[in-house]
Write a protein that binds this ligand. Sequence first.
Ligand code: LER
Ligand code: MN
Length: 267
Amino acid sequence: MKVSIVVSTQPAQFEAATFKGDLAANLERISGLGYDGVELAIRDPRLVNTDDLTAMLERRGLEAPAIGTGQAWGEESLSFTDANPDIRRTAIERIKSHLPLANRLGAIVILGLIRGTLRPGVEHDQAMALLVEALRECSAAASEAGVRLALEPINRYETTLINTVAEGLELIERVGADNFGLLLDTFHMNIEEPSIEESMRKAKERIFHFHVADSNRRYPGAGHTDFPAILGLLKESGYSGYVSGEFLPLPDAATAAKKAISYLRAI
Ligand code: LER
Ligand code: MN
């Protein structure tokens, strides 16, 4: 099992981006703790010097299995389902702008909160139609760039669109692209799924990426999620990607990261 952890390349409000701040120092700390890779949270690729970033990763022997894009929503309110077509267009173009770096790093591009949430002026069916349209365009561009996209079912307290794995799988049917799959997150699944194991079985070959946080969104081992069962099932399903830590930096990022990796390696 290869293990990564979320690192933000820019200042971010998102609490569970485990590492924020000085990127070089964070990469040093993470590789020192024995992680195989880092999941890069990037608000806007134009703010990143990709040559420097690639060199920093290589120097520390870290892979980058995925790029998180949610800060474009968190910091700039960009979304695929906004009532304003200019905002929708900017959101789509923003996702496309991640593709060259994703291709270079061999990273999946994560579609989390950039899908948006229902707001006055857009009905649910209309939002879903906008979402499907945006995802078809992004999947086609990603396919040309040799990149896979992973949409994350996110719990009801953060969005009203695609909370469950079943909804994610229906969306996959509607989008109809081979390079479009799901990112499953144990924190969200603990809130939304009738049975985490059953939902994982159904998602099986469409699991493109995997987030781990315990039931309280702290490091794995700090709550009551059954990680031995979940990770066993993930392996059985043939998943060969990364298990990526996305949890609260409590009591601090380094301690949480250290506890997470020793708990996960023991499994
Ligand atoms: C991002 O991966 C995530 O899990 C969401 O909770 C973002 O708000
Ligand atoms: Mn997540």
